[in-house]
Design a protein around this ligand. Structure first.
Ligand code: KG4
Ligand code: ZN
Length: 351
């Protein structure tokens, strides 16, 4: 099967052609990060408009790169959810229209399923079963993956996603959006033991995460360093001495890394698995990688970090998931876009 994949769930437009025999034949990603930077986060309406402007020329370029006339495609896969509804609708309408014009099926893909299956695009993919830690700006999840279509969400965040916690803390420290990489770089200069920040949810059994308490704890530390009373808002921007700022960053990062590492170990125990797959932007964090590698080595488990193209939002994973789940699509299907869509359940009906 040769499948065109389209991803528009958030602030990346991703397009790819994947062939079940020949592999990835063409792909392109356009990131809107610069467009949203001045607002400190993704502005949904701007995201939708930008997807609309970029999608058609990207599809044309990727089909050319893949040396694939549209008529040779067997299906068009698109992210149907979860995500921003306007952004999803752009991809869903485009993909469904494109598929119908070709007389081929349009396959609605679950964004998190695509993340889970993405490591199969690598030359040495992990074998099933495995536990996946998916940590990005929009999601934090632990999933037990027994095989294609066999997913159990065994842990999720009760509030902010891990990347969101990085981004919000970075903003508090006066770092530019998206702050995760900048905060991680600053943390390298800092002392991770200087501030005793909470390790959220570690003292409780279970695999769920919660990062809002940690965010509040950092806020209190920053206020204290700024000499601001607890009932007052912190001073915006970079107001701290450079070493203080680096120490806050390092202490925050250590708290997140400890929490995620412990939860991963618990997840491997609970699911009885010896393979861990890490995906999503936060998976690029060096301290997290080192901690997970050490923890897995100690217990004789393997850890897989797919390359960045595969880890962050992209069209290749949508094309792959679409090819593997082609049975989910059809020519007469309604256009699917579900901002909320629990993993492992059928695409919710439109109301
Ligand atoms: O998967 P991703 O590229 O996009 C989506 O969220 O869909 O993840 C982006 C997130 C942002 O929150 C960013 O700050 C975070 O991943 N991130 C990092 C690092 N690189 C990216 N967080 C911590 N350390 C990093 N090195
Ligand atoms: Zn994603």
């Amino acid at each position: 099967m040769r499948v065109l994949g389209i991803e528009t769930s958030c602030d990346e437009t991703g397009v790819a052609v994947y062939d079940t025999e020949a592999g990835l034949l063409g792909h392109e990603i356009y990131s809107q990060v610069a467009r949203h930077a001045e607002y400190g986060g993704v502005v949904p309406e701007l995201a939708s408009r930008d997807h609309l402007a970029k999608l058609a020329p990207m599809v044309a370029r990727v089909l050319t790169e893949a040396d694939t006339p549209a008529a040779d495609l067997d299906a068009v896969a698109y992210t149907a959810g979860p995500g921003l509804v306007g952004a999803l609708l752009v991809g869903a309408c485009y993909a469904t229209g494109f598929a119908r014009a070709l007389g081929k099926p349009a396959v609605p893909v679950h964004h998190m399923e695509a993340h889970l299956l993405a490591p199969m695009l690598e030359d040495t993919p992990p074998e099933f079963p495995f536990v996946a830690l998916l940590v990005s700006g929009g999601h934090s999840m632990l999933v037990d993956v027994a095989g294609i279509g066999e997913y159990e969400v065994i842990g999720t965040t009760l509030d902010d996603a891990a990347g969101e916690a990085f981004d919000k803390t970075a903003k508090l420290l006066g770092l530019p959006y998206p702050g995760g990489p900048a905060l991680a770089a600053l943390a390298e200069q800092g002392d991770p033991t200087r501030f005793a920040l909470p390790r959220p949810m570690l003292n409780r059994p279970g695999l769920d995460f919660s990062f809002s308490g940690l965010k509040t704890a950092v806020l209190m530390v920053v206020r204290e360093l700024q000499g601001v009373a607890n009932d007052q808002p912190p001073k915006p921007g970079n107001t701290l001495a450079e070493q203080d700022r680096a120490d806050v960053a390092a202490s925050f990062q250590a708290a997140i890394v400890d929490t995620l590492t412990t939860k991963c170990e618990r997840a491997l125990d609970r699911a009885g698995r010896a393979r861990l797959v890490v995906a999503g932007g936060v998976g690029a964090n060096r301290a997290l990688r080192a901690a997970l590698a050490a923890a897995c080595e100690q217990r004789g488990a393997e850890v897989f970090y797919p390359r960045p193209l595969i880890c962050t939002d992209n069209g290749a994973m949508i094309a792959l998931a679409g090819a593997l789940r082609a049975d989910a699509g059809g020519q007469g299907m309604p256009i699917g876009a579900a901002p909320r869509w629990p993993l492992g359940t059928p695409l919710p009906e439109r109301r």
